[in-house]
Design a protein. Sequence first.
Length: 205
Amino acid sequence: MKKLVFLSVLAVGIAFASSASAQIAGTKHDFSAAGYGTTEICQPCHTPHDADISVAISPLWNHTLASSVGYTLYTSTTLTATMAQPSGISTLCLSCHDGTVAVDSFGGATGTNFIVPGPGFVGKDLRSEHPISFTYDTALATADGGLHDPATYASGLGGTVNADLLFGGSLECASCHDVHGGVASTAMLRKANAASALCLTCHNK
């Protein structure tokens, strides 16, 4: 009986891993052919052993983190949200995309391949980027007047905006982007943005 349970769990684990790798295979986040010392798709970000346990927001994190300070933040006269330095899951994204840490800096190694200005490069000046790492809740939606209430508004992905797109109640890079694949022929978006559908998931325009 124990053997049967073990084999069942193993089969589920293998199926899950295969599904995850099938999603990311062939995307911009598939570095298996990049010559970074591994052909394992997951390894630049995750590891089954000796993970960085200080990173509680992502399972078994394997990549060197960028500093979470020193960013120039987005600002606007129409911005109601309170802005702060990037935090949460966005710090994982910026660990490659701000260009301060090499993409191949994982597994304790110091890499040399940096994202340079061009597609995928964000840098530390976030003034031209959609704001991130701010609390998006009912109070903000009410005060702003141009946002849907994330607690009740449907995301189009099965649940509410809060349940499907926010992280601890905050809007982050991964609120719009799916690092493991996303919609085909998009910038790894969580949902297609035809007719601004993704934008209008939050913005009440």
